[in-house]
Design a protein around this ligand. Structure first.
Ligand code: 5AD
Ligand code: SF4
Length: 478
């Protein structure tokens, strides 16, 4: 899977190899990323820090001096995947004891030095806020010791580090705007692995996006665990109770979106992820006002039952969520909307499950990322509730949810037949070199004959047919 496909498919937890940058560095880093787009974005910061230390990235772990796995801890199976992957490096490490193996990211933060005991071949354990320390940590390992840094920070945003773009199509890029999360959703391990929420200085975000545009990029995706609560009040950490004065000079997410949109009308803007409780009309208004802010909202609902939402500590009800969907459609009648769901959360009854399905039908999501509940150590749910929905029921409910979404996605694609969309061309179709693919504002992929078009162009594409997953079309004169 290529990085341009990562949003939001990343949640399925696929691994990605870093591509070689072929500079003149002598040492080789093999970097594999798991989990969310934030992790892939962090990998670009890691590569940038190590570039300065004389490391070039390689796609072949067999020639690497350094193997890094940038890991995810969101569900148990994400961690199992990393443990299995580590096994693949055992023989190599035995043959070449000077090979350094590091586990970075959320799993490193969650397990800390315990990971060194559990996985003997690991030399280095580094949490998401400690990447600046990597050169020292590598030196420690080169000196024959193991190294751990899992300190979480209240300020670190890596604002001054210019990320090395890995596996890039040269057209779309991620720009991180917040780190951490203060929400404490009962099921979620992220607040424990990524720490307190902090916002990055707006100027540095705008500069990074402008620089990308000047280098030929046409789309930026602003990233954060909960972008809607972005708030810059002059310091890194989001203030819980900013004073009147601080608020007057603050930059909100809506204002940040506008600043980025104003860089150039040919630079498209997306963002991820939103939280329904913080999704205000101010953001929707700005989205509707600027054509280059894509009409696409990923709004994770998690459950359609107010009772379950309360247990999940999500801070909204079914009715609130419906009001936000109505608001999106009011501001942008053609918006693409997707969601996340969790099946089989603690105490979820058959009736709760039906409510999730009916809310999906009502909302008419174009796409969903659907998960089975996986209990995570230390979370509110692990401490307060019993993981009491049995595995077979979780699986059955998930299958039913997937079926509902399949129908909705199909209907959504059929609604697009005959419509014309402005598409940003991202590359050549995997199936045939005679076809290109790109995305419309609503985040749907459209495949169409190449003709004289090329990557990075905007084109008007008329949808002529569809499969369950993709729209097919042809270019028309705009
Ligand atoms: N179990 C299952 N799914 C989870 N998610 C987060 N934590 C868990 C968990 N413990 C899902 C949510 C979130 C997405 C990124 O992952 O739906 O929006
Ligand atoms: Fe996890 Fe909730 Fe924060 Fe998302 S908003 S990262 S689900 S705690």
């Amino acid at each position: 899977m290529s990085v341009e496909k990562l949003l939001p498919e990343e949640k399925q937890g696929e691994a990605l190899n870093a591509v070689s940058r072929n500079s003149n560095n002598s040492k080789k880093l093999y970097l594999e990323s798991y989990g969310c787009a934030m992790n892939f974005s962090d990998s670009e910061i890691i590569a940038s820090i190590l570039d300065k230390e004389g490391f070039d990235t390689t796609q072949d772990f067999k020639v690497a001096d350094l193997i890094f796995l940038n890991t995810c801890a969101i569900r148990d199976n994400a961690e199992q995947r990393v443990r299995n992957r580590l096994n693949d490096f055992k023989q190599l490490k035995r043959k070449n004891p000077s090979l350094i193996i590091g586990v970075l990211g959320c799993m490193a933060e969650r397990l800390k030095s315990k990971l060194l005991e559990e996985e003997k071949l690991v030399d280095l354990v580094v949490g998401p806020d400690s990447y600046r320390d990597l050169p020292n940590l590598i030196e420690t390992v080169e000196g024959g010791q193991k190294a751990v840094n899992v300190l979480l920070s209240r300020e670190e945003t890596y604002a001054d580090i210019s990320p090395v773009r890995l596996d890039s199509n040269g057209i779309t890029a991620f720009v991180s705007i917040t780190r951490g999360c203060d929400n404490m959703c009962a099921f979620c391990v992220v607040p424990f692995t990524r720490g307190r929420e902090r916002s990055r200085e707006p100027e540095t975000i705008v500069n990074e996006a402008r620089d990308l545009f000047e280098r030929g990029y046409k789309e930026v995706t602003l990233l954060g665990q909960n972008v809607n609560s972005y708030l810059w009040t002059g310091g890194g950490l989001k203030k819980d109770n900013p004073s009147e004065d601080e608020l007057k000079n603050a930059t909100t997410f809506a204002q940040l979106l506008e600043k980025v949109a104003l860089i150039n009308p040919d630079l498209r803007i997306r963002y991820s992820t939103s939280h329904p409780k913080d999704m205000g009309d101010d953001v929707l208004e700005i989205m509707a006002k600027y054509e280059n802010i894509c009409n696409y909202v990923h709004l994770p609902v998690q459950s359609g039952s107010s009772r379950v939402l309360e247990m999940m500590n999500r801070g909204y009800t079914r009715e609130w969520y419906m009001d936000r969907i109505n608001a999106i459609k009011r501001f942008m009648p053609d918006a693409g909307i997707s969601t996340d769901t969790i099946s089989g959360f603690c105490g979820e009854t058959e009736e709760d499950h039906q409510e999730t399905m009916s809310l999906m039908e009502w909302s008419g999501f174009d796409f969903s990322y659907m998960f089975k509940y996986s209990e995570r150590p230390k979370t509110l749910a692990e401490r307060k509730f019993k993981d009491d929905v049995d595995e077979a029921t979780k699986s059955r409910r998930l299958a039913e949810i997937i079926e509902v979404q399949k129908q909705l996605s199909h209907k959504s694609n059929i609604r697009d037949l005959g419509k014309e969309f402005k598409v940003l061309i991202e590359g050549v179709s995997k199936k045939s070199a005679d076809f290109l693919y790109g995305r419309n504002s609503q985040n749907k992929v459209i495949v169409f004959p190449k003709k004289d078009l090329k990557k990075g162009d905007y084109a008007t594409i008329k949808v002529t047919s569809c499969t369950s997953a993709t729209l097919l079309g042809e270019a028309v004169q705009s």
